[in-house]
Design a protein around this ligand. Structure first.
Ligand SMILES: CC(=O)N[C@H]1[C@@H](OP(=O)(O)OP(=O)(O)OC[C@H]2O[C@@H](n3ccc(=O)[nH]c3=O)[C@H](O)[C@@H]2O)O[C@H](CO)[C@@H](O)[C@@H]1O[C@H](C)C(=O)N[C@@H](C)C(=O)N[C@H](CCC(=O)O)C(=O)O
Ligand SMILES: Nc1ncnc2c1ncn2[C@@H]1O[C@H](COP(=O)(O)OP(=O)(O)OP(=O)(O)O)[C@@H](O)[C@H]1O
Ligand SMILES: N[C@H](CCC[C@H](N)C(=O)O)C(=O)O
Ligand SMILES: [Mg+2]
Length: 492
């Protein structure tokens, strides 16, 4: 990037100070500035970047981009623009060599299902001789490398870097989850999506968006941003679908399980073995369970279909796709005598109700539903008794344990959860999560469905500021294996 290019991208209202000798990289966080970097001041929710201009300059910034006047005695180039936050995305893309223009970009938004649809799409594309990359809640998969994610949708600078890395690693398609926070904060400005998908919208994040209408408007921004060559894949059964297509210029492909829309679908079978669904004329078999996954599968199918891949090839790939880590993730059942163990990230009343209702809908009369769960520390206390009531309503057996206690006393959290049960005497309480999982898996019979809820893909347990390695899946798999060897040892 040279200075003239920078100026033309900024469309400034004013430029002052000396022309920089060198232009390093773009930073919106003063703490990351190195000599010659360009610091852009964003007025945020917690802080105002304009207050860190001095620090950025002290760290060697050669250019400062601002929206409001700042006073600095230093000799530095200052570019004033109308809207720094709006500019951050396009500028970050330009600094990274415009990676989004060089790959097919797929954005998935909605309250629930983003991670599942994104991961399914990634797993299908991996099998179709293209090179996908994936950026989302559970991590980033770029060119054979896996990295942790702090946010569902990263800030524009990190996002552009991830895209650049994906492009350099040979990615042809990049799938990303787009959160409503990201849309509201213009984190995806400057990215031209080839495909955008909408899963659903329900009561969530109203602490941030205030009301459902604002929340829907934030989601709709993704569809408003599409160009006419792009495609919008829309869950036509969601009542907010209409908001997504209102001002959308792209080709709209709606699917429905109960209405005649562009793509008609049907659930043919839905049980603990998985799903069989019909999308148009094609049959899809998947090991994913529950009606909501029928929607996720359809969405992933239609995304891939929009790139022109053959229906049959997508269906075959979907059959082998196992979905997102820690999202109703099924542990392999090596013997028929083993219970069915599922690991799920549900850590809110809504999510817990969603998965327990789904499981109780699909279980047979013979099968029993067990749940192992707890509540995280340093977080919303009001959810604790609510989650208890939900667990008690749906499950035949409840084992109450710890989640991430953080700075709280795990037993005090458990007491708060206990207050929500009608019959607390029926609840088994095991504070140590490892012991709780082991006991649940060891004691259950073959007709048990055990849901281990709350931590999903997390591979740590956070206690008093420290994260210890902890993996629900690993512990449950071990316990399943031990059952097997115990059975062998006792000749059973
Ligand atoms: C409420 C929210 O979303 N805040 C995000 C937002 O903050 P912000 O833009 O308001 O920034 P700020 O912290 O007020 O700071 C303003 C500016 O000053 C700068 N600064 C600040 C301090 C300093 O010393 N020097 C400095 O330069 C900052 O770098 C920033 O540019 O932009 C920041 C940078 O992109 C994010 O890190 C931050 O995410 C916070 C940590 C967060 O927790 N966000 C969550 C709620 C979120 O975004 N979640 C969604 C998904 C939610 C879901 O679906 O569950 C997500 O996409 O992950
Ligand atoms: N299409 C769907 N409709 C309703 N609920 C869903 C759907 N897909 C998944 N769920 C439920 O929501 C939970 C979260 O799913 P997923 O992680 O795929 O969504 P997300 O939108 O990425 O959520 P997050 O914002 O937490 O990252 C799942 O564990 C499941 O219980
Ligand atoms: N991003 C969420 C995840 C919570 C996951 C759950 N395991 C818990 O610790 O409550 C949070 O930090 O509130
Ligand atoms: Mg997600």
């Amino acid at each position: 990037m040279n200075f003239n290019e920078l100026i033309s991208l900024c469309n400034p209202t004013n430029v002052s100070g000396p022309e920089p000798n060198d232009i390093g990289v773009l930073q919106h966080d003063s703490r990351k500035v190195s000599p010659d970097d360009v610091f852009i001041a964003i007025r945020g929710i917690q802080a105002d970047g304009h207050e860190y201009v001095k620090e950025a300059v002290a760290r060697g910034a050669s250019v400062v981009i601002i929206q409001e006047p700042v006073s600095t005695e230093e000799e530095v180039c200052i570019i004033q623009v109308a809207d720094t936050r709006g500019l951050l995305g396009p500028l970050a893309q330009a600094f990274a060599g415009n990676p989004a223009q060089k790959m097919k970009i797929i954005g998935i938004t909605g309250t629930n299902g983003k991670t599942t649809v994104a991961t399914l799409t990634y797993q299908i594309l991996q099998q179709l001789n293209v090179t996908p990359a994936l950026l989302g809640t559970t991590g980033k998969w770029v060119g054979g490398q896996t990295m942790d994610s702090n946010l569902t949708t990263s800030d524009p600078v990190e996002l552009a870097k991830d895209m650049q890395q994906a492009k350099e690693a040979g990615a042809t398609h990049l799938i990303m989850e787009v959160s409503s926070h990201a849309l509201d904060q213009q984190r995806v400005n400057g990215i031209d999506f080839d495909i955008a998908a909408f899963t659903n919208l329900s009561h969530d994040h109203l602490d941030y968006h205030q009301d459902l209408n604002n929340y829907a408007q934030a989601k709709a921004k993704l569809f408003i941003s599409l160009n006419p060559q792009a495609k919008a894949i829309i869950n036509g059964d969601d009542e907010y679908a209409i908001h997504m297509i209102e001002e959308c210029q792209a080709e709209i492909i709606r699917f429905s399980f109960n209405k005649a829309l562009e793509v008609e679908c049907q659930v043919l079978s839905n049980n603990t073995e998985g799903l069989v669904i019909r999308i148009g004329k094609i049959l899809i078999e998947s090991s994913l369970m529950g009606t909501f996954n029928a929607y996720n599968i359809t969405e992933a199918f239609l995304i891939c279909r929009s790139f022109g891949f053959k229906k049959e090839a997508i269906a075959e790939a979907l059959g082998k796709a196992n979905g997102a880590p820690g999202r109703l993730e099924r542990l392999p059942r090596k013997e028929k005598t083993q219970p069915l163990v599922l690991v799920d990230y549900a850590h809110t009343p809504d999510a817990l109700e969603n998965v327990l209702r789904t499981l109780s809908d699909i279980k047979t009369e013979q099968e029993t539903l067990h749940v192992v769960f707890g509540c995280g520390g340093n977080r919303d206390h009001s959810k604790r008794p609510k989650m208890a009531a939900i667990a008690e309503k749906y499950a035949n057996k409840v084992i109450l344990t710890s989640d991430n206690p953080r700075d709280e006393d795990p037993d005090a959290i458990i007491e708060e959860v206990l207050s929500g049960f009608k019959n607390p005497e029926n609840i088994e309480r095991i504070t140590d999560r490892r012991k709780a999982i082991v006991k649940a898996v060891t004691n259950a019979d073959k007709d048990a469905i055990i849901l281990i809820a709350g931590k999903g893909h997390e591979t740590y347990q956070e206690v008093k500021g420290e994260r210890h390695h902890f993996d629900d899946k690993e512990i449950a798999l071990d316990a399943l294996d031990n059952r097997k060897s115990n059975a062998k040892n006792t000749g059973g």
